[in-house]
Design a protein around this ligand. Sequence first.
Ligand code: KG4
Ligand code: ZN
Length: 364
Amino acid sequence: MRDRFTMLGLESSCDDTAAAIVRREQRTGRILSSVVAGQTDLHAAFGGVVPEIAARAHVEKIDLCVEEALAKAGVGLDDIDGIAVTAGPGLIGGVLAGVMCARGLAAATGLPLIGVNHLAGHALTPRLTDGLAFPYLMLLVSGGHCQFLIVEGPDRFRRLGGTIDDAPGEAFDKTAKLLGLPQPGGPSVEAAARDGDPTRFAFPRPLLDRPGCDMSFSGLKTALLRARDEVIAKKCGLTEADRADLCAGFQAAVADVLAEKSRRALDAYTALAPKLPAFAVAGGVAANARIRYCLAKVAAAAGAGFVAPPLALCTDNAAMIAWAGIERLEAGRIDAADLVARPRWPLDMGQAPLIGSGKKGAKA
Ligand code: KG4
Ligand code: ZN
């Protein structure tokens, strides 16, 4: 095996089928290719991800994604040192599609097979992009997850807190649905909010009155529904300006909650006196410019560096899985040929699971 690992990564835990080739370059990784086949159109009519439809589409697309990733990177399976695949948590049919594909490839080539936790993929992304040193603080915030983690090693995560109900991405998606905006909701709510007045509607900032880093977003959704219905009752409809104000108010509430809870998580993290304190964010919601701005401010006030990956690495992708696979392979963590798919797989096994389960699959 070479000292500069080149890894094939596969991702299929939700509604994106993805394959990527990543090579280690000193402290960071070089993405030779990253292919993502989304399924938004397939699920559009149902207002959410339909697990059976997702699983079938993954089975149909995953081989093609692998071929395309190899071709775009200009490498063959002979140039690869290992096969990393998301083995959970997620929608089990999709995870199975990826795991079976990876198992087949590993059996055919004799290459090491590495099962990766999808959340670890997100949480290790700042090492792929910026070579961040352990330990760093991570806010993982997506459609199915929201948690603060101290990342101490490739498979050492300490959870400081997380959502006790919905994930913020889920709340963005629901908000879009309630306002008749397209899915996925995050980008469309963010776009609509650009022209809105964030102060017109007084949305709650849930759980700020309680100590700690746990969060709650389901009440915000209900508050938005009520505010929308009040406007509709008064005006017999919603104008563009009403929509923009509702979106801006909702987004500001999510950003405020994430910022205040990040401040507390940073307090707990910096108390450990890390040499180079750093706060990183990952997951689909990390693509939101307003949220990124608020989190960067909180990091600066705490004297910590701030890392937010490029947008394509915030949402689901296989480059992060390939990178997590490199880190595991370097630590000698190779899986057996009968690697199993896991619907649930908490990163911090020492803690009780968080309550609730998002539409995008089981929360860990
Ligand atoms: O990480 P991801 O691709 O999948 C999960 O693992 O959940 O995140 C998708 C989520 C969706 O809920 C989507 O609405 C949200 O991330 N999202 C955003 C933005 N872009 C995507 N939320 C807020 N603002 C955005 N710009
Ligand atoms: Zn994800």
